[in-house]
Design a protein around this ligand. Structure first.
Ligand code: SER
Length: 958
């Protein structure tokens, strides 16, 4: 065979399709833009909108090697990984795609050429499946005919299967169609459950390893727009194919297990060396643990590189399950903490050439994996303790762990089932798998993945976007970015009703053909302002600006961004004089409608929606309007947005390259910036970060903005938020040393930011920190406020403002010394002897006697309430070496009485504080009670207190 290593096979596949007119597209990230998917799970995911006709790419044939994760969600292979030869959490899917360019004939022809002429696969070891029809969808006889004709196959090598095997869909919605798979015969000597049970192996339809599916060919014909909705035909029949590189490599390299290919052997070798145990490719527990590690390190490294961090929610939860499963297996193999991070680094070595993002994320991978490793190892011990304390079920003399316990281990301690089972084999118990399954089912119900939380997109906007096309955003320009004219294309009322006209007092969502209003996205909030409709002057004619202004079709991100100045409309309105405001141009009389814009957002890509309240007059679809952004507010937003870029850059410089953006909020009031980092920032680090940002502000660098293809932008080293994909047009923003992809609005020079002040730093989730900061006026306000506070404090302290800390330090020292002194005095007051001169005042009662060999003390204290008596009673009893102590005091005319009995005396039943107090309390006109060791009573006869105290001796002598 011409290609032998996995790298060569990957390249051969891509080269082959490139030679057949396909554009090679790089893999999209594992976190898809599609909110209905947990992870990218097939090569076609990034082309979903191309299949359905919503996006055009400029080519109709593509090929890729796509990073995929199938764990959690619909395609969940996690529990099988390590046990079988062919299941993985992470894998690479080779695919060729036709977006209406060709369909079955060419797809099957190309597949045959690649399999037989290029990879030289033995035809007699392959079988082909086709859709046999189900649920009213007809059988794919055409595919059967084509395989027979093109591949020259006898009919018995083509198997018809039902929907489960031969109808492919991405998720509950999206493009789909019948498919046809190629299966490779690995040999009938491999075990098969069917055969073991006396039935024949089902061949390609069987779950066993005798037949290995190597390549799926989907004839994309339909789309399902809503879950459970009808199938509608795609605009053009298309092709989506997927071949797992790991399986291809196994077949080409003559291996029966993917783990024996060169994609995994270096990783297995690394594990085996480190744990000093041989890898023997067996079903034994050690070998399984090694396979789990060799698989999971790939998913871990790739997911972190694509921005996922372990957490308790959604994607982060699945990621955490994968990591913990790996770490527990590392512990099983006696591998130390830190090993798993090293192994994940091994993935970056092995695959960094094909996937450079692994290299850039190296330090983040190491930090994130080590944090999870250390955290999880701490809980493992607690899990093992839970196992030790398990109440076993007894099934015929065998110890069985109840499903609930196995689930608790899984859920609370992160022990996957198979690990508990391995421990079970070691310790001699089995697990109630059915019970565990029940609990898992309940949990899945509780935590169903319902999309990534994206705002539900009203159908009305989806439909409108189809009708109106993209909105042209005109808000980037320095001179004309805050106002412009546009034509009203649609009005949507609360509840989703569209209408033609809105009047004063009504709330309405307004969509125009172009707008300077920024639609909330990328963390930046939406613009507010005013929209005016004029009478007369701004009639429909000649206003809309040149028709051709809208950006090139298919451009993602705000299209046609840097529109020429004349976009703003006819000279009479937007000329220099006109900019000054509507009143000057038209006079108030000319305004026929005025709307307040409360917010602007994009419910569908490129559709800008202004949420408005009609303040006066009216507005109708078709009207030409003038749109005026609240530019002062926008100015604050601009400053905050640019500052987040400088902050991001400063954080990477101060803390390290592992810092990546995890989210942000950019408003007029403040900015927050979330980023990956694993410990709180020290005071010194915060200072350094703030200083760096302010130095960048002072350097007053000019903003440079360029629009580029995403792939080109990446080569500039631009920091990107994840989610961009091939074909996207992106804006590359340079601010001094910071280069980022960003569609937001920014300052023209960094000096415009004025001043940057960090106001908070906190933890958001494990490994994610948040910085809150202010700029411009916000920073000035803050400084003023701080200055005011400082001056006020200085005045109170009678010091200069810069000596406040020193003064406070002194005062605190002073205070501490006094507190100490007061404490000592209090002690003396309470513990000191009775009688005059000891601080208790003259005549205070204090007496002690020995009764039945025990010292008994009764004492009256001054100025003590019940709590104080209770607090000191036992301590004082001990200090005085008394068996029984009675304390009394009068505070605010009320009597408090406490009795303490030494523990051994109380336990032996010799004296009982509760009973004693019961006898003494009536003497002071009260009632009391408590425990044998300590009891209390209140009373209303202060004059009787001494008498009550002295009664103690009589009582105990009885
Ligand atoms: N989407 C199909 C699959 O994942 C073919 O690429 O099998």
């Amino acid at each position: 065979m011409s290609a032998t290593t996995a790298t060569q096979i990957r390249q051969l596949f891509l080269d082959f399709f490139q030679a057949h007119g396909h554009t090679v597209v790089r893999s999209s990230p594992l976190v898809p833009q599609d909110p209905t998917l947990l992870f990218t799970n097939a090569g076609m995911v990034q082309f979903k909108d191309v299949f359905t006709g919503k996006q055009a790419l400029g080519f109709t044939r593509a090929a890729s090697s796509q990073k995929c994760v199938r764990a959690g969600g619909k395609h969940n292979d996690l529990d099988n990984v390590g046990r079988t030869a062919r299941h993985h959490t992470f894998f690479e899917m080779l695919g060729n795609f036709s977006f209406g360019a060709y369909f079955k004939v060419e797809a099957i022809t190309l597949a045959c050429k690649l399999l037989f002429d290029e990879l030289h696969m033995p035809k007699d070891r392959l079988m082909f499946t086709v859709f046999r029809g189900e649920d009213g969808i007809p059988a794919d006889d055409e595919a059967r005919r084509l395989w027979r004709g093109i591949a020259n196959l006898p009919d018995d090598r083509i198997l018809g299967l039902g929907k489960k095997d031969n109808f492919w869909m991405m998720g509950d919605t999206g493009p789909q169609g019948p498919c046809s798979e190629r299966h490779f015969h690995q040999g009938d000597d491999l075990p098969c459950d069917e055969v073991q049970n006396g039935r024949p192996c089902l061949g390609p339809a069987c779950d066993c390893d005798r037949w290995l599916e190597i390549w799926n060919l989907v004839f994309m014909q339909f789309e399902r727009k809503e879950p459970g909705g009808p199938l509608t035909p795609l605009p053009a029949p298309s092709i989506d194919t997927g071949a797992g590189l790991e399986r291809m490599a196994a077949v080409v390299q003559g291996k029966r297990s993917n783990y024996d290919t060169d994609l995994f052997t270096p990783l297995l070798h690394q594990v085996s060396e480190a744990c000093h145990r041989p890898y023997t490719a067996s079903d034994g527990d050690d070998d399984m643990s090694m396979r789990v590690l060799a698989d999971h390190c790939r998913a871990t490294a790739f997911l972190i590189a694509d921005g996922v961090l372990p957490s308790n929610l959604g994607r982060g939860y699945v990621m955490r399950s994968i990591m913990r499963r790996a770490i527990r297996h590392a512990v099983r193999l006696s591998l130390p903490a830190g090993f798993f991070a090293t192994l994940c680094g091994g993935v970056a070595d092995l695959m960094g050439e094909a996937y450079p993002e692994l290299r850039s994320a190296r330090s983040l991978i190491a930090k994130a994996v080590n944090a999870e490793d250390e955290g999880f190892r701490a809980t493992i011990d607690r899990g093992l303790r839970l196992i030790a304390e398990t109440k076993w079920e007894d099934r015929g003399g065998r110890r069985v762990m109840p499903g609930k316990v196995a689930f608790q281990l899984h859920d609370t301690f992160g022990f996957p089932l198979d690990l508990t089972q391995v421990i079970g084999r070691e310790q001699g118990f089995s697990v109630d798998e059915a019970g565990f399954g029940e609990e898992m089912k309940k949990q899945r119900e509780r935590s169903k993945f319902t999309g990534s939380g994206d705002q539900a997109v009203g159908d009305v906007y989806k439909k409108l976007r189809g009708e109106t096309g993209p909105t042209q955003f005109t808000g980037y320009g320095q001179k004309d970015g805050a106002s412009g004219t546009g034509k009203v294309l649609a009005l949507v009322f609360p509840g989703g009703e569209t209408g033609k006209r809105a009047e004063a007092g009504q709330e309405v969502d307004l969509i125009a053909d172009r707008t300077p209003f920024y639609g909330r996205s990328g963390g930046q909030i939406g613009d507010t302002g005013r929209i005016y409709r004029y009478q007369g002057l701004l009639g429909p004619a000649g206003v809309a600006g040149p028709a051709g202004v809208a950006g090139p079709a298919g451009v993602a991100g705000p299209a046609g961004v840097s529109g020429p100045a004349e976009i703003a409309g006819p000279a009479g309105v937007s000329g220099p004089a006109g900019i000054a405001g509507p009143a000057e141009v038209l006079g108030p009389a000319g305004v026929a409608g005025e709307l307040e814009v409360l917010d602007t957002w994009k419910p569908v890509a490129d559709l800008f929606v202004h949420r408005c309240r009609v303040l006066a007059g009216e507005v109708s679809v078709g009207d030409e309007v003038r749109l005026e952004v609240d530019d002062e507010r926008r100015g604050s937003i601009r400053r905050n947005h640019s500052a987040t870029h400088l902050l991001h850059h400063a954080l990477r410089a101060v803390l390290g390259e592992h810092v990546t953006q995890k989210g942000s909020y950019v408003g007029p009031d403040k900015l927050t910036f979330d980023f990956s980092h694993f410990s709180p920032l020290s005071r010194e680090e915060r200072l350094q970060v703030e200083r760096r940002v302010n130095q960048a502000v002072l350097r007053n660098a000019e903003q440079h903005m360029e629009e580029k293809d995403f792939d080109e932008a990446r080569t500039l080293g631009a920091l990107a938020l994840f989610g961009e994909k091939y074909g996207d047009r992106v804006r590359v923003l340079r601010l001094g040393e910071s280069v980022e992809l960003c569609g937001g609005t920014h300052v023209w020079r960094t000096g415009d930011i004025g001043l940057f002040k960090l106001i908070g730093e906190s933890g958001l989730a494990q490994g994610v920190r948040r910085i809150t900061a202010v700029t411009g006026n916000g920073a000035l306000d803050l400084v003023e406020k701080m200055d005011g506070e400082l001056s006020a404090a200085a005045e109170l302290l009678r010091s200069g403002p810069l000596e406040v800390a020193e003064r406070i330090g002194k005062i605190q020292e002073d205070l501490k010394a006094r507190e100490k002194e007061i404490g000592a005095l209090k002690q003396r007051l309470l513990y000191g002897g009775g009688g005059g001169g000891d601080g208790h005042g003259p005549g205070a009662f204090s007496e002690e006697r020995t009764i039945a060999g025990e010292k008994v003390v009764a004492r009256r204290l001054n100025d003590a309430d019940m709590k104080a008596l209770r607090d000191v009673a036992e301590g004082m009893r001990e200090k005085l070496g008394a068996g029984v102590l009675a304390l009394g005091a009068v505070a605010e005319g009320k009597v408090a009485l406490v009795v303490a009995v030494r523990k051994d005396l109380a336990q032996a039943g010799r004296w009982n504080a509760g009973k004693i107090i019961g006898q003494l309390a009536p003497l002071v006109g009260g009632k009391g009670g408590g425990k044998p060791e300590l009891a209390q009573a209140g009373g209303s006869l202060p004059d009787q207190l001494d008498q009550a105290l002295s009664h103690l001796f009589a009582l105990l002598s009885e």
